[in-house]
Design a protein around this ligand. Structure first.
Ligand SMILES: Cc1ncc(C[n+]2csc(CCOP(=O)(O)OP(=O)(O)O)c2C)c(N)n1
Length: 522
């Protein structure tokens, strides 16, 4: 598509038109003066939804959630180095997924940079560790083609973070025209020999398991894995935390790797070949004194079938075909979890009730940390849903991811299962959910603590810490009032302390549209 040159088009407008032409439809933004020409162009160019986030961690996390659900990049609009820096933790998480994302980061006009004005910083230095592609546009006429290249970089399989830095003058000076979209580099097909080696491993008779990640955990990839498992008895496993997995009734069940090294090694014991599809060989989340980092047990051979940039679903389908695995895999039955007896609310009870009332095709954003992890199997037989998990380890991702997923999938209920400590990092997400009227129900696991760190004290071999140390895990003084926090941002909220009250509130929220928050005191 070649648009005519325009005497009046500035760099910002050429950028926006290029992004839209390249299929980018949503801009999560927190702009400032240096991005003002981009802001101005938003009303002159059709086709870009602009969504304000009141902190850059919301902006970048929402772009992550959007991309996980659509497979497409959103664009973020960030204000110079400090704005980008505020968004870094969730860019780190997004890079670990990885998802396609285009960051547009404003900078001072070229001629202004030598004065070291207050907001002057090394933007590229902030961007580099969280980006696969970084570029600063040298002039207004190159902005359009740079934007097309940024989208191309973002869409390169398996998804990349592309950061385009725009000095303000490149946005306000005259440009020629938008640039046409560039070809997308999709996933590479796996080699025949990789498939042949997996066939051989399945035929030699030793116990085989698959470690699945990325697209292998959804749609045709997961279905093919299910056929292979049904035919061969191979186990299907995923990492402890995955960016996205399809679960629930009718889906193929995938076992979750335990968190701690010891249990993880026990769990994998006896497997002779671990076939990797979009995953790396398992490693521990943290190093613990005296514990291994590598979790592939002795005697087990990791065998890559598809690397993350390769076509995992295609590889699984080829493998299924090669071994004649045509019968469908064993679908998970629909058996909503049994209701807990009434009484004081517990984390287990929450998951049972969520599993019971979860509507079909819901999206769960799971940042439950210590409260949800042990009870994850309880939602296995719930209605079919997607589970989006914190896979980069930097807490504060759950609520933004829920926000972005709701924008990506307006017809699906989003359930944001959220630990209270992590929620405080990016709670401004609630304001965006209210403003955009997103169909997100947030459940705050209000245990008033950084509880997982209490467990980690033991994990790292400390035994215990003193009162000063313990005070760093305690969120009870003062108690966070989630009802007031949510209401203050325009989200209807309720506090519950019993199973019956939680069930009533959750059921009601599932039956209505729009943002809601339930403070679940446990
Ligand atoms: C960006 C970032 N900062 C700090 C941490 C360390 N950290 C891991 S879990 C956690 C507390 C989690 O508390 P909460 O969300 O309430 O969940 P709970 O442990 O109570 O289940 C902290 C501070 C982290 N992982 N990421």
């Amino acid at each position: 598509m070649h648009e005519p040159a325009s005497a009046t088009m500035n760099g910002a407008e050429s950028l926006l038109r290029t992004l839209v032409a390249s299929g980018v439809e949503v801009c999560f933004a927190n702009p400032g003066t240096s991005e003002m020409h981009f802001v101005g162009a938003l009303d002159r160019v059709e086709g870009m939804r602009a969504v304000l986030g009141l902190f850059e961690g919301v902006v970048t996390g929402a772009a992550d959630g959007y991309a996980r659900m659509t497979g497409k990049p959103a664009v973020t609009l960030l204000h110079l180095g400090p704005g980008l820096a505020n968004g870094l933790a969730n860019l780190h998480n997004a890079r670990k997924v990885p998802v396609p994302m285009v960051n547009i980061i404003g900078d001072h006009a070229s001629a202004h940079q030598r004065f070291d004005a207050p907001l002057t910083s090394d933007v590229a230095a902030f961007a580099r560790p969280v980006s696969h592609w970084v570029h600063s546009s040298p002039n207004a006429r190159s902005v359009a083609s740079d934007a097309a290249r940024a989208v191309q970089a973002a869409r390169t399989a398996p998804g990349q973070i592309a950061s385009l830095i725009l000095p303000a003058d490149t946005a306000w000076l005259a440009a020629d025209r938008p640039a046409p979209p560039l070809p997308v580099l999709g996933p590479a097909p796996v080699s025949d020999s990789a498939v042949a080696q997996a066939v051989a491993a399945l035929r030699t008779g030793g116990p085989v398991a698959f470690l699945l990640r990325g697209e292998a955990l959804t749609g045709p990839g997961l279905a093919a894995a299910g056929r292979i498992a049904a035919k061969t008895g191979a186990r299907l496993i995923c990492d402890t935390f995955v960016p996205r997995v399809e679960r629930g009734a009718g889906r193929i069940a995938v076992e979750r790797l335990p968190y701690r090294p010891g249990p993880a090694l026990d769990f994998l014991k006896g497997i002779e070949t671990l076939i990797l599809v979009g995953a790396q060989a398992p490693i521990a989340f943290f190093a613990y004194p005296g514990q291994p980092s590598e979790l592939t047990p002795p005697g087990c051979r990791p065998l890559p079938l598809a690397f993350p940039h390769e076509d995992g679903p295609g590889a699984l389908q080829a493998l299924a075909e090669a071994i004649g695995a045509t019968a469908p895999g064993r679908a998970t039955p629909h058996r909503p979890s049994a209701f807990p007896a009434d009484g004081a609310l517990t984390a287990e009870g929450i998951m049972r009730i969520v599993g019971h009332f979860l509507p079909e095709n819901a999206i769960i954003s799971d940042e439950t940390i210590s409260s949800g992890f042990p009870f994850y199997p309880l939602s296995e037989t719930a209605a079919p849903h997607d589970s989006l998990q914190l896979s980069g380890g930097a807490i504060g991702d759950g609520m933004p991811v829920a926000t972005g997923a709701a924008i990506a999938c307006p017809d699906r209920k989003v359930v944001s299962l959220q630990a209270d400590g992590s929620a405080m990092y990016t709670l401004q997400s609630l304001w965006t959910q209210a403003r955009e009227n997103l169909d997100v129900t947030t459940v705050i696991y209000a245990n008033r603590a950084y509880q997982v760190l209490v467990y980690e004290v033991e994990g790292v071999g400390l035994g215990s810490v003193g009162p000063k140390g313990r005070s760093l895990f305690d969120l009870s003084n003062p108690v966070l009032d989630w009802v007031k926090l949510a209401e203050g941002m325009g989200v209807e909220a309720v506090r519950v302390e019993t199973h019956a009250a939680f069930a009533d509130a959750f059921k009601a929220a599932m039956g209505q549209r729009g943002p809601r928050l339930i403070e679940a005191v446990i």
